[in-house]
Design a protein around this ligand. Structure first.
Ligand code: PFF
Length: 464
């Protein structure tokens, strides 16, 4: 974020960093938003939950619901100049709102450990490509063998986490962000290229159709639940991040316009990833339902097959996993950074101690997730592997609650008018009517229904 930061005085009299302008803000948020969520998570959810119908649901949710929440979080952050715990407390000292602030702040701390496990898988694949193992990685059971072989995944996870922690310690975050801004365009170019290649394989067209054309037969309530969780995850909504980023935003920056730009950028990358991976699934397995349902492993199974079939697959593999690694690292650093700043602000810890605490949480929870496919294979939490459980806990349970807390804060405590005023400081609020309607009625109702149905689903009370 801070590649574009300056320091100015806030109304509290304390110095607070600000982004240098609109471009700084958009790049910073996009840098945090674009990560494994776009390249790894989005395609496997789209494959699993109905292809085109998932995409359509996702787009509708993003443009309405996601939009309203991003605007709210950013405006509340800019208004209070605080990160989530402080922002909630600035409006209300009542317990439900205190908890609302905390749940927003705790989510990134629970995500970053398992995020780093996936980051570790990416490092491992990069390493294998560098060793020329292009054909080996494309073998059918390679990925399953790797994650279940005792402690291998743990070692790669620790390596990835170490880099994140060292960066937080060294405070070279700014440098990393600057590098990522050069690498992001490279990632886009490579993604366009790989997507083009993957879409032109024999049989891939069926995959393009599956991904882009909605088929209502594939719709289930779970499509909505998964799409909503993914929208939160990918746009970094309902995890306190946007409050913090909003608090660094200058008054003259147009909140609506920058929100739209972040959404376009983030969704563009996710769609490109979908076009890389889903057509390849069809080309290499004929759209076999089991492969489509592969879940978290999908990127690690299909992409190596694409590369192995290409003339210069090893080079492409190295580039691809290097760029994914970069996107993952910058996102992991900003997730962990958010945990560190919560510990500093709320527990009064020094930066050093706060970083150590974050590191301990990462290693403990992340190791459980990494080993959950290997030596801890027997541990299942409500029927899920440990990694899947953390993903479910944060995305399907905690984020809806965090989003609900924001809705209630806006409508019951701060008042829609205050948020509207904040947005109108820099421009006319073009989608004001839609915003109010969403915040008042649709968003809270949808969140509650979705939350209850995902709980009911997981306990088997209903099947979706
Ligand atoms: N939005 C990121 C992704 O899609 O990978 C995940 C994330 C990164 C969330 C950083 C929050 C954050 F601060």
């Amino acid at each position: 974020m801070a590649g574009n930061e300056k320091t100015t005085s806030s109304h509290t009299g304390k110095k607070r960093s600000t982004f240098s302008g609109k471009l700084g803000y958009v790049l910073a948020v996009a840098g945090s938003a674009v990560g494994l969520g776009n390249i790894w998570r989005f395609p496997y959810l789209a494959a699993k939950y109905g292809g085109g119908i998932f995409l359509l649901t996702y787009l509708i949710l993003m443009l309405t619901f996601g939009y309203a929440l991003i605007v709210s979080e950013t405006a509340l952050g800019r208004m209070t100049k605080k990160s989530p715990v402080g922002a909630f407390q600035a409006f209300s000292e009542k317990l439900p709102f205190k908890l609302g602030g905390w749940i927003n702040a705790v989510i990134p701390m629970l995500i970053v450990p398992y995020y780093s496990v996936i980051g570790g898988w990416v490092v491992k694949y990069l390493f294998e490509y560098l060793r020329g193992g292009t054909q080996v990685l494309a073998q059918d059971d390679y990925f399953t063998g790797f994650i279940s072989d005792g402690i291998s995944a743990e070692v790669w996870f620790l390596l990835f986490s170490l880099v994140v922690i060292v960066v937080l310690f060294a405070g070279v975050k700014h440098g990393v962000e600057r590098v990522s801004k050069v690498m992001m365009p490279l990632l886009v170019i490579l993604a366009v290229f790989v997507a083009g290649y993957s879409m032109t394989r024999p049989g891939a067209l069926e995959g393009v159709k599956y991904f882009l054309i909605p088929n209502f037969e594939n719709f289930s309530w779970m499509t909505v639940v998964a799409a909503m969780g993914q929208m939160f995850y990918s746009l970094s909504i309902a995890m306190g991040i946007l409050y913090t980023y909003g608090s660094y935003m200058k008054k003259e920056v147009d909140i609506e316009q920058s929100t739209a730009q972040v959404e376009i950028f983030d969704t563009g990358i996710a769609m490109l990833a979908g076009l890389m991976i889903i057509p390849a699934v069809f080309a290499f397995s004929g759209g076999d339902p089991d492969t489509l349902q592969a879940g978290p492993s999908l990127m690690f199974i299909t992409i190596p097959k694409v590369f192995a079939s290409m003339g210069f697959g090893t080079g492409a593999g190295i580039m691809f996993f290097l760029l994914v690694l970069l996107a993952a690292l910058t996102s992991a650093i900003s997730l962990a950074e958010s945990g560190v700043s919560t510990f500093e602000d709320q527990l009064g810890l020094s930066r050093h101690k706060a970083t150590v605490l974050m590191g301990v949480i990462m290693v403990l929870l992340g190791s459980a997730s990494a080993l959950g496919f290997g030596v801890l294979d027997f541990v299942k939490v409500i029927g899920m592997s440990i990694l899947d459980f953390f993903d479910f806990l944060t995305n399907s349970l905690m984020m809806p609650v965090a989003a609900l807390a924001t809705c209630l804060l806006v409508t019951r405590v701060a008042g829609l008018d205050q948020v509207i005023q904040e947005v109108e400081q820099s421009s006319r609020f073009k989608r004001k009517k839609m915003y109010c309607f969403f915040m008042k009625y649709l968003a809270p109702i949808c969140i509650v229904i979705i939350l209850l149905s995902s709980i009911a689903n997981v306990f088997g009370w209903i099947t979706m």
